[in-house]
Design a protein around this ligand. Sequence first.
Ligand code: G6Q
Length: 559
Amino acid sequence: MITISQPQAGIIPLCERPAWKALQQHHAKIQNVHLRQLFAEDLRRGEHFAFEAVGLYFDYSKNRITDETISLLLELANQSGLRERIDAMFGGEKINVTEKRAVLHVALRTMKDELIKVDGTNVVPEVHAVLDQMTGFANQVRSGQWRGHTGKRVRNVINIGIGGSDLGPVMAYEALKYYSQRDMTFRFVSNVDGTDFAEATRDLSADETLFIVSSKTFTTLETMTNARTAREWALQALGDEKAVARHFVAVSTNTAEVKKFGIDTANMFQFWDWVGGRYSMDSAIGLSTMIAIGPDQFRAMLAGFHAMDEHFRTAAFDRNLPVLMGLLAVWYNNFFESQTIAVLPYEQYLKSFPAYLQQLTMESNGKHVTLDGTRVEYQTGPIFWGEPGTNGQHSFYQLIHQGTKLIPCDFIGFFQTLNPLGDHHDLLMSNVFAQAEALAFGKTPEEVRAEGTPDWLVPHRTFEGNRPSNVILAERLTPETLGKLVALYEHSVFTQGTIWQIDSFDQWGVELGKVLAQRIIPELEAAEDPSLKHDSSTNALIRRYRNLKGGAARMKKKG
Ligand code: G6Q
């Protein structure tokens, strides 16, 4: 029996907390109050529910809230032990109870002189030692000092990893491309689908290509399959086992497996079991990011993360960005029964940000039992999704504006663009403000009629409004700002998980499918028909696949 870490002791079940009950009553009172009314009643509402912290301006006035809502949500945070839980996380306690691990991604971005202990050992020096090792290596690759097997400099870097060992590096590279070394090519191979590898390498020369095999465990099926294929691909061109040492480096916690693969452990970058995969982009998993943008910019990104960490740890909850964002997510998820949250960055470089957030939020809070294993009686993690604006406006925004579902939105925008081109940026930002305005206030039937719309068309052209959103604005997209934004969502996720009393840091839900696939692989590859003992559907699918899988090869032969 696992004992729950101290901070959760004494916390009463969510639905019994007085603040929860008060919020239910409060919701019944205000659920139909329109944002039009709330704005009319308080002409300064737009400033009242908005503030700036750590360089981010947060306008949450277009939410279906009053002062009472916020004070009840803050009360809920207190009754849920959020303060104690934050202290426990930053203090290195093993709050990931099902894996018996500390949760210390915040240690990855602390200053050198800080002290964070896990099992009595200060982990900060180790963190900085790896950062220094990464810095040395990144500088060598960027300057051309690091040579491939044939003496050529590295022009291409391919990160092989999946899940937390892929999504962060992909997102960070896309987000910070503006700052990247442009005479180098960066690619990311994650899918076990051979197409991913084939397309990533088809136009590259092996003698100029460096593979970073990123895997905490170094046993993940997809990553190890791609890594082996990469080794074959490189050796086919370079023809010498010794080439592996010049063209492969590893990011892992598993020295033995790295050695077995043939990678020189001098070129292995460590991380630790207290860094969860989806919280690992600041660890050595970020090596491709560091090579792309350079060590100084990477450290600036870490400083951004750290600034948000400190804000989360120290700011009063009523002026705490992640706390308020997390509580608002709970408000819609549990009281308005919203199923999803849309994240809408108005910044093309953030095109992979929603995909990144999907893992961060949904793998963290997609849980159905509390820390002590009791089934929850309430909804947990909402579905996160999104696209950069303005593209989304021409596809799914219709449903957000006029559909039957309530979808809270996070709009993210910047005062300055990295690519000033005519009036593009004003046009872009006008859409941020217009969308949030349209969602909140809509357009009444009277307004539509007054425009001369025939009666039969009025319902179609009416916008109910009262659709909530947050607007988050920053000066410009820099490594530091990216760090702040990611940390904002990390801690918002933590806040939500604390309210729901779940373990936001395990991921047992990804296990079952993996185990079953291991059983099915030999059944697909066996020469003789295997005796199949699955359900009738799975058996039939496997048989059909076995019968037809040679099709492509046969077609090729025929052609
Ligand atoms: C994230 C998960 C998961 C993990 C991948 C890759 O929190 O743990 O997405 O990152 O399964 O694992 P490895 O890094 O061990 O290959």
